[in-house]
Design a protein around this ligand. Structure first.
Ligand code: HPA
Length: 268
């Protein structure tokens, strides 16, 4: 077991999280709902990356939500901070090492679809990695040839859809396309994304999904739509806008995830 997993196991005590969740920028409000929380800053965990982006706390919060133990990664480190697509590898590896089998990834994203406005929540059904980057480049073993046919777990997706119904929230479904950032896309890149079959664009999640599949975890993911893609409204995009808008859809996603936990959607 890695030093990181050892340390986390010691801090977790007898808690057995049913899932790990990565919360994107502005989605921190789920964390506030966690009871009996143990908070572990990334900086305390051996080998963990440290983020400097505003709005990303970079800590692990373990506690109870919806009657279950969960492990929440509040804040992540992005490719564009590190120039390393595998920057989250120690984190995903440690979670897998702890025996947590399910990973829920969230992000904020731009919508490429006129009919999916800001503050919508979109379940990721599949992704497009058109970046030329991959967190497994340089991995020496044959395990690097990870199948991505079932990248987003069919059963967990069904359970997420059911949870949205229970919570009375609309849940879109669609394809997430990864752009490296940190600059936003151009209007033509957004048109390209649409032509290629994307419904949303963003700067995270895809490398984490690839890593999680590499470590044998089951993945489910959702985007909070904070804005229309570049060129769709005529307005310039900004990080401030995406941060301001995230809590609205984030509250929706929090209700859906609360229902999923209560429904036993992350249980065996
Ligand atoms: N593009 C890329 N990433 C994003 C966007 C966007 O429009 N909105 C939030 N994250």
């Amino acid at each position: 077991m890695s030093a990181a997993a050892d340390y986390l196991r010691y801090r977790l005590g007898d808690r057995r999280p049913v899932a790990a969740m990565v919360l994107g920028s502005g989605l921190g409000l789920l964390v506030d709902a966690i009871a009996d929380a143990v908070r572990i800053p990334f900086a305390e965990v051996p080998g963990f990356p440290v983020s400097a982006v505003t709005g990303h706390a970079g800590e692990i919060v373990v506690g109870r939500l919806g009657g279950r133990d969960i492990l929440v990664l509040s804040g992540r480190v992005h490719y564009y901070e590190a120039g390393d697509a595998a920057v989250m590898r120690p984190v995903i590896a440690a979670i897998a090492d702890l025996g947590i089998e399910r990973l829920l990834l969230t992000n904020s994203a731009g919508s490429v679809r006129e009919d999916m406005p800001p503050s919508s929540v979109m379940m990721i059904e599949d992704h497009i990695n058109y970046s030329g980057l991959n967190p497994l480049i340089g991995e020496a073993s044959d395990a690097r040839f990870v199948g991505m046919t079932a990248a987003y777990d069919a059963e967990l997706r069904e359970r997420l859809a059911t949870a949205a119904e229970t919570a009375g929230e609309t849940l879109f479904g669609g394809v997430y396309m990864w752009f490296s950032g940190p600059s936003f896309e151009t209007p033509v890149e957004i048109r390209m994304a649409r032509t290629l079959g994307a419904d949303a664009v963003g700067m995270s999640t895809v490398p984490e999904t690839i890593l999680a599949r590499f470590f044998g975890m089951r993945v489910v993911a959702a985007s909070v739509i904070t804005n229309y893609g570049a060129g769709m409204t005529g307005a310039e995009l900004s990080h401030a806008e995406t941060k301001d808008m995230a809590p609205k859809g984030g509250a929706r996603l929090a209700r859906i995830l609360g229902a999923m936990l209560e429904n036993g959607g992350f249980d065996d």
